[in-house]
Design a protein around this ligand. Structure first.
Ligand SMILES: [Zn+2]
Length: 406
């Protein structure tokens, strides 16, 4: 490194420190919704005007819809949707912000979940903790190699032991119907841990890696757990959950862990992208060649497809990097997981950050649309226009109109 480069680096560090002190607008974070001091701006039917780009809320009492807007916004249902039908609403002005989704770094938190009827003495030894460090250290290096030197791999915390609220008999009370609406046992334990930690699906900064510890270690009834998904779906949506069995992970289950980490970071199976689940080289396939049974990758480790790599690069709270997010947004695809059910908590509606769809002059896109990429927004908008050709529609991404097809 030359002297000039060193000086530039020092300057860059200084500037970033100054920015942090001066409270310069960072990306939009859900914590702003709680931390912000709100000032009354305009009543329903009026226009709220301000300088720069600000967070606005519209509603009454505790029923709010949020938006990021520049210079001005009309305080009407046709701009925000109606968070409190029949009640008189108003707009409040919040802090300076940007339209980019950001937040604290997300890491993996291993949790030995000891069922209520099992003994805590079974787990949590130094041996167990070393096992988790070894697994996650290997996976961390694996993802680092697949994502390249410009990317920081995910980080992970020390394992914790948690005495569960549920016994093994409780599992059957939660049943999955469809993947989108299921309130399965995974939802129940995510809810439990969010309550214990005093966090929410939006403020939690970890992927929970549950390792279930049973009274009888080899009794996997009524089902054997091996799965993963993100809390809020989409790309860069925050934390997630992985469920695995202690007895299995003790014997070596690296292939399962690597695959479920991919799900927890938001990826779908590789057949979504048109690859064969048995033949694909991707970590998101079921290819038996790289389902390593040990604690490390094995002789034929899984890789990532180009599209999966782009999705992970966009998940910047997990994998910080300096790639151009705007350019990646264009090249992303819709092969990302949906959000978990609202039984683990609501996601507020925030307009002007991700995707917004207006139909007949009313905004109808739901809270999950904030996690759409630009490419997903264009694809969804085109689909809706083809399906309902005579209905007037307007599609925006990050506050700007998306191009109309010719
Ligand atoms: Zn899977």
């Amino acid at each position: 490194m030359t002297l000039m480069a060193l000086r530039n680096l020092a300057l860059a560090l200084l500037v970033s420190l100054l920015n942090a002190c001066a409270g310069v607008a960072q990306g939009f974070s859900f914590s702003e919704l709680d931390d912000t001091v709100w000032q009354p701006c305009a009543g329903e039917g009026s226009v709220c005007s301000f300088e720069g780009q600000r967070l606005i809320r519209y509603g009454v009492h505790s029923q709010w819809v949020y938006a990021v807007a520049t210079a001005t916004i009309a305080c009407v249902n046709s701009e925000f949707g109606d968070p409190a039908p029949g009640l008189r609403k108003s707009c409040d002005l919040g802090r300076v912000t940007s339209r980019t989704l950001e937040g604290q770094r997300i890491g993996v938190l291993p949790i030995f979940y000891v069922f209520r009827d099992a003994s805590e003495a079974l787990v949590g030894s130094e041996d167990d903790r070393n096992m988790l460090r070894r697994y996650l250290g290997n996976a961390q290096r694996h993802f680092a190699e697949l994502l390249g030197p410009q990317v920081q791999s995910f980080n992970f915390a020390e394992a914790m032991v948690h005495r569960g609220r549920f016994s093994q008999d409780d599992i059957g009370r939660f049943s999955a119907t469809t993947p989108e609406t299921a309130i399965d046992f995974e939802h129940a334990v995510v809810k439990e841990l969010l309550e214990v930690r005093g966090t929410s699906r939006l403020s939690e900064t970890h992927v929970f890696l549950f390792i279930f510890v049973r009274k009888n270690p080899l009794d996997f009834s009524p089902r054997r757990f091996a799965g993963g998904r993100s809390f809020n779906g989409g790309i860069n949506g925050g934390g997630g959950v992985i469920v695995m069995e202690y007895a299995e992970i003790r014997l070596g289950a690296y292939g399962i862990l690597a695959h479920e980490l991919g799900h927890a970071f938001g990826l779908r199976h590789s057949d979504c992208l048109g690859y064969d689940m048995q033949q694909s080289d991707s970590i998101m396939s079921y290819n038996p060649r790289h389902r390593a049974k040990g604690f490390d990758r094995g002789p034929t480790p899984a890789s990532l497809s180009h599209q999966e790599r782009i999705s992970l690069l966009l998940n910047r709270r997990v994998f910080p990097n300096a790639f151009d997010p705007g350019e990646l947004q264009q090249r992303s695809n819709t092969c990302v997981l949906p959000a978990m059910h609202r039984s683990i908590g609501d996601i507020p509606v925030v307009r002007g950050v991700g995707y917004d769809l207006w139909v007949n002059g009313r905004p109808i896109s739901g809270p999950e649309a904030i996690f759409f990429t630009r490419a997903q927004a264009i694809e969804h908008c085109d689909l809706m226009r083809r399906r309902y050709p005579s209905v007037p529609m307007e599609c925006r991404f990050a506050g700007s109109l998306l191009p109309q097809p010719p």
